[in-house]
Design a protein around this ligand. Structure first.
Ligand code: NAD
Length: 497
């Protein structure tokens, strides 16, 4: 019998009652490993109602007690790290090492949520006028929701619910329907960590579930991560319904290579950052911009990419796994064909790649294009596959102009030995996360994940101080106390009551 992936509604793990069933498959052979019954409108509404009720008590729980739940949670996540990574690898096809990385980057955010008391500290000014002080508190919003993509089923949910709940909110998680088993395990462990009933709810499904969240008056804030079209829809609909929304969307990330860079570092880093995780990272490097003579390294990059061998998740020699679905593979192959038809030079073509014994899997081999121009589909669209596009410019200034003309602004990097070139690039580039000799500059949780332009809709970003601002409201108090009211008399205790 196929495993039914449970929802978690009002403190109970339940199989959905909806008629719509979605299969969860192993991307290496497309066999069904589990199923979800998509949540019905009534099920999502009952999750929201339960979260609303839970908020009334959870918001009054002292912050140190809330932090203790997070401390137990991060400990449990570490204890179950490999087990979660195994579930994740099986349903995403990621290699075990990569799956562990996905879980670990999420654990780091859960660790950061343990520090919530300091993060919530407000501001104080004494004597703003005679005997008057002004101070501010940060208070939770109420029911918040998260809608997450398939490509990081541990890290991205963990960007959201631990910190939102630590801040005193309750939370509805609607993860990707393509890999729901990892988020379910995250929620089971959250319950085990002692999160009170109703603080977190898990609803599986697709647009139907999302639309209930978007339209429900009791949902105060929505965090979304996913593709551009859906991100724009969620941002527009959510804000139209007067909700606070942060929407992280697709990307096209450029790596600028200066001729003075360390060649071997460039080759090693470009290979990993472009085809690692089968290119299914929103921070993957999909465009390499060679400045001047650096273009002479392209044949060696081709050679290095040709040696990269994809494989199944538990093959220790596999560099990356299959893409998530047959539809994703068809899309990548269509773009590769378009690239050739539009005149790019295909130096390495992974369209016909397969892994022996797993012929029905969604494999795409490493693919390299040269002579790519900005008019081509492979430049304009996010391919989300193991494909690297090479471009050339004469100068750093031209490279900066190229990158700044892209509608996206998630991440970028520069490889150079020159501090001056790096300084110019970091200052002038219109991208929210910049790496200097670091290919994928994803900040740790004490900073925030700060994508720009078409890669992000909203104001406050994910995790760090910005996420605390996103999940809270500031209350500013102006108080006057009259000295003449001071009572006198003994106070015999040191306890705070
Ligand atoms: P997706 O947009 O298809 O799905 C994301 C979520 O939205 C899922 O939970 C899905 O069920 C839901 N959804 C899908 N279609 C919907 C619709 N029409 N209406 C309402 N909800 C809908 O994205 P994906 O394919 O799962 O993830 C890959 C995308 O996510 C890539 O574009 C990638 O760049 C992006 N991404 C961005 C970041 C970032 O931080 N900027 C991080 C990770 C992934």
């Amino acid at each position: 019998m196929t495993t039914q992936v449970k929802h978690y509604i009002d403190g109970e793990f339940v199989t959905g009652s909806g008629d719509k069933v979605i299969a969860v498959t192993n991307p290496a052979n497309n066999e069904t490993i589990a199923e979800i019954n998509c949540a019905t409108v009534a099920e999502v509404e009952s999750a929201i109602a339960s979260a609303k009720t839970a908020f009334e008590t959870w918001k009054e729980v002292p912050v140190s007690e809330r932090a203790r739940v997070m401390l137990r949670y991060q400990h449990l996540l570490k204890e179950h790290h490999d087990e979660i990574a195994t579930i994740l690898a099986q349903e995403t096809g990621k290699t075990f090492e990569d799956a562990k990385g996905d879980v670990w980057r999420g654990i780091e955010v859960a660790e950061h949520a343990c520090n919530v008391a300091s993060l919530l500290m407000g501001e104080t000014v004494e004597n703003v006028a005679r005997s008057i002080d002004t101070y501010s508190y940060t208070q939770p919003l109420g029911v918040c929701a998260g809608i997450t993509p398939f490509n990081f089923p541990a890290m991205i949910p963990l960007w959201m619910f631990p910190l939102a709940i630590a801040c005193g909110n309750t939370f509805i998680l609607k993860p990707s329907e393509q890999d729901p088993m990892t988020p379910l395990r995250l929620i089971e462990l959250f319950e085990e960590a002692g999160a009170p009933k109703g603080t977190v709810q898990l609803v599986h499904g697709d647009k139907t579930a999302v639309d209930v969240i978007l339209g429900h008056e009791d949902v105060k804030a929505i965090s979304f991560v996913g593709s551009v079209g859906v991100g724009q829809y969620i941002y527009k609909t959510g804000t139209d319904n007067l909700k606070r929304v942060q929407a992280f969307a697709g990307a096209k990330n450029h790596c600028v290579i200066m001729p003075d860079a360390n060649k071997q570092q460039v080759i090693n880093n470009l290979v990993g950052a472009s085809v690692g995780a089968a290119g299914q990272r929103c921070m993957a490097i999909s465009v390499a911009v060679f400045v001047g003579e650096a273009k002479a390294w392209i044949p060696e990059i081709k050679e290095a990419l040709a040696n990269v061998k994809p494989g199944v998740w538990d093959d220790e020699n596999a560099a990356y796994g299959p893409v998530i679905s047959p539809a994703a593979k068809a899309r990548v192959l269509k773009l590769i064909a378009q690239g050739k038809a539009e005149g790019a030079e295909c130096l390495l073509d992974g369209s016909d790649f397969t892994v022996p014994g797993y012929e029905s899997g969604n494999w795409v081999g490493p693919t390299l294009f040269d002579k790519v121009t900005t008019e081509m589909s492979i430049y304009q669209e996010e391919i989300f596959g193991p494909v690297l596009c090479c471009m050339e410019t004469d100068s750093l200034e031209d490279a900066i102009e190229l990158v700044n003309n892209s509608p996206y602004g998630n991440g970028t990097s520069i490889f150079t030995a020159s501090g001056a070139a790096a300084r110019k690039y970091q200052h002038q580039v219109e991208v929210g996360q910049v790496g200097i000799n670091v290919p994928i500059p994803v900040p740790l949780p004490f900073f925030s994940f700060t994508g720009w332009k078409g890669s992000f809709y909203g104001d406050q970003h994910a995790y760090g101080k910005q996420a605390v601002r996103f999940y809270t409201e500031t209350k500013t108090i102006t108080a006057r106390w009259f000295e003449s009211d001071i009572a006198t008399g003994p106070n015999m205790t040191i306890a705070l009551k």
